[in-house]
Design a protein around this ligand. Structure first.
Ligand SMILES: [Zn+2]
Length: 463
């Protein structure tokens, strides 16, 4: 009796260990790890010589097939999970949006219908709550039981997504009782709206004003308020897409006090800055997302935050809109540019390259940021997020030396530009497995639509 697949000669990397070993897979699970595992009757042998064997990446912040600003994000669950897989990401947590008047369950069902026939890799959902009368609070409990134990709330976008402090506080209290996690979009939406209206009245309509009307203080204030509300509610809180040092300081202070506060940042905040919005013509629209790009000096602060565990996760906030026809909706008014940028494909390489290859942190810390901690915080560990016996065989054979120049010409996302055009990264996935199946082999995609499973996540129990 042999194994289904053996990955041989590689260096296994987890959040804590780096060692030479073969990895054996049967029935989609890792069944043995060790040196010189027997090859007799094994159906498939993959040679990982000179390369790392990593747990598949987990991107906990994506927006596939999402309606926004009169259009829909350009990647659906097929093209999005495919692009993610090319980059070594084998699990996504996307967002199911509850619109006003709807039940939370309706949001979940709607997004399941979008994902289940199309996803090529495993996926899960957070639920975005936009309307929470007292009568609906019990629905949070039901959703946690159905495997959706995290909820995203907005302190920005008044009239669309924004909730008031009382509602946020109630949601946090309800979540804390049942092991739910609150994910917070932390920006002071009321203040930002005043600044935006003033800019438009002064005829400031170019893309760059999207960034100039959203000060770092608005993010820091909301981050601080979210932490205070969570502290009063006795609940953990997870700050999404943290973009600047001002907000990072708030998270650091809270964690120093021992509060269960977590935060993610995204590659765009580590590699790009507000200067990119000076691109000629309307090109700055390619970088219109929220929170916006900041001054360049914030980048090094965020890298340091990742190294020192003030930031625990790197996600992408992948929300692609094509430059033609979609971003162009805001040609004469930056507030009409759909907010979002494409990034799902290059997260692993950008963070390996800037983090490990540049000597900022270890390869183990890299695995922790892109896979292990996301799995732990969001109830997927140890099924996902590590290389261990019994875990799903979501594996990446990763070449730490291979260089690649990112370009729209070669990427797999269904969008007509790249935010990272021309950036050369060191470290690329060669072979990617999802539950033991090879889905990416070099340039070839071997996965199929609908093969991904919905992951029922467990409730938060501390990290
Ligand atoms: Zn987002």
């Amino acid at each position: 009796m042999g194994f289904d697949t053996l990955v041989v000669n590689g260096i296994v990397v987890t959040a804590t260990d780096t060692y030479a070993a073969d990895v054996a897979i049967t029935g989609g699970k890792i069944v043995a790890i060790g040196e010189g595992l027997p090859r007799e009757n094994t159906k498939q042998v993959l040679d990982a010589k000179g390369r790392y064997v990593l747990p598949g990446g987990i991107d906990v912040h994506t927006h596939l097939d999402m309606p926004f600003g009169g259009t829909t994000s350009a990647d659906d669950f097929e093209t999005g999970t495919r692009a993610a897989a090319f980059g070594g990401t084998t699990t996504l947590i996307d967002f199911a949006i509850q619109y006003k008047g709807q039940s939370l369950r309706t949001a979940f069902d709607t997004w399941m219908q979008k994902a289940s026939p199309k996803a090529t890799t495993d996926y899960a959902f957070h639920c975005i709550i936009t309307d929470l009368p007292d009568a609906r609070i019990g629905e949070m409990n039901d959703l946690v039981r159905d495997g959706v134990p995290s909820f995203k709330l907005f302190m920005a976008y008044p009239g669309v997504f924004m909730l008031d402090d009382a509602t946020i506080f109630k949601a946090m209290r309800a979540a804390s009782k049942v092991g739910g996690m609150i994910c917070m979009h932390a920006e002071n939406g009321g203040v930002i709206d005043v600044i935006v209206k003033q800019a438009l009245a002064e005829g400031k309509t170019a893309p760059k004003y999207h960034a100039l009307t959203r000060p770092t203080t608005a993010e820091a204030e909301a981050t601080s308020r979210a932490i205070a509300l969570a502290e009063m509610a006795g609940s953990p809180v997870y700050i999404v897409h943290l973009s600047c040092n001002d907000a990072l300081e708030k998270v650091r202070e809270a964690r120093d006090r021992g509060l269960p506060v977590y935060a993610e940042t995204c590659p765009q905040y580590l590699y790009l800055s507000i200067e990119d919005m000076d691109a000629p013509g309307f090109e700055g629209a390619k970088y219109v997302f929220t929170p916006p790009l900041r001054e360049k000096w914030h980048q090094e602060k965020l890298w340091t935050g990742l190294k020192q565990d003030h930031l625990q996760v790197v996600s992408t906030d992948h929300c692609p809109f094509c430059f033609k026809e979609q971003k162009e909706l805001g040609k004469d008014d930056f507030t009409k540019i759909p907010n979002g940028g494409p990034g799902i494909e290059h997260r692993m390489s950008l963070i390996y390259s800037g983090g490990v290859a540049k000597g900022r942190f270890s390869v183990n810390r890299f695995v922790e940021l892109v896979s292990t901690t996301p799995a732990r915080i969001f109830g997927l560990y140890p099924q996902k997020g590590t290389v261990a016996i019994g875990s799903d065989a979501d594996l990446v054979i990763f070449d730490p030396k291979r260089q690649h120049t990112i370009s729209v010409k070669t990427h797999h996302m269904r969008v007509d530009y790249s935010m990272f055009e021309g950036i050369t990264v060191t470290g690329m996935p060669d072979i990617v497995l999802s539950r033991g199946r090879v889905i990416v082999d070099g340039d070839k995609f071997q996965g199929k639509a609908g093969a991904g499973n919905f992951l029922k996540r467990t409730a938060y129990s501390g990290v």
